[in-house]
Write a protein that binds this ligand. Structure first.
Ligand SMILES: [Zn+2]
Length: 166
């Protein structure tokens, strides 16, 4: 039997980005799971409860049944939910909405938001506050010019893949 290769966190994040369906004008999301004893990650998409509703354009709510079947089922096998991941509408920034903060983020210590072709940010809970860490920013979009320097600045996904050796 062929051994499954290890997927690093950056590789897994890349998979989450590539999973984004441009033709579906809705927020999309899922969860990043970590293997029990190694640095091996997996992105599992979960359909939004808002799917096909007008509100889906600007809100991601993980479907409870799918979350149970696809995510919780794996935690029984020892997998840990490493983080939540969801996209924002094209043109918007990857900053949490009040619903993100009051609902989605309350269940997970690490949360990723991807603003398609703009930026990917990670939010972690620290000392009673949410901290933002910029994971990558696409060329031509630089909200950090006068503040924090982005970790990775990329022309396109290709450059990121190259720089991270994905
Ligand atoms: Zn959001």
């Amino acid at each position: 039997m062929k051994k499954k290769s290890i997927v690093s966190l950056p590789q897994c994040l890349l998979k989450s980005l590539l999973n984004y369906d441009e033709n579906l004008v809705e927020e999309q999301g899922g969860f990043i799971l970590k293997s029990p004893d190694k640095e091996d990650y997996e992105f599992i998409p979960v359909t939004s409860d808002m799917h096909s509703n007008p509100g889906a354009v600007g809100l991601y709510v993980a479907n409870t049944e799918e979350f149970g079947n696809k995510i919780l089922a794996k935690t029984i096998d020892g997998f840990k939910i490493h983080a939540s991941f969801h996209t924002h509408p094209v043109g918007m920034r990857a900053l949490p909405s009040s619903t993100d903060l009051s609902e989605l983020f309350t269940s997970f210590p690490i949360n990723y938001i991807y603003a398609p072709f703009r930026e990917l940010n990670r939010f972690t809970y620290n000392d009673g506050e949410w901290e933002m860490h910029n994971v990558l920013v696409f060329d031509g979009f630089d909200p950090y010019k006068h503040s924090r320097k982005p970790k990775v600045k990329i022309d396109a996904l290709d450059s990121w893949i190259e720089s991270e050796n994905l």
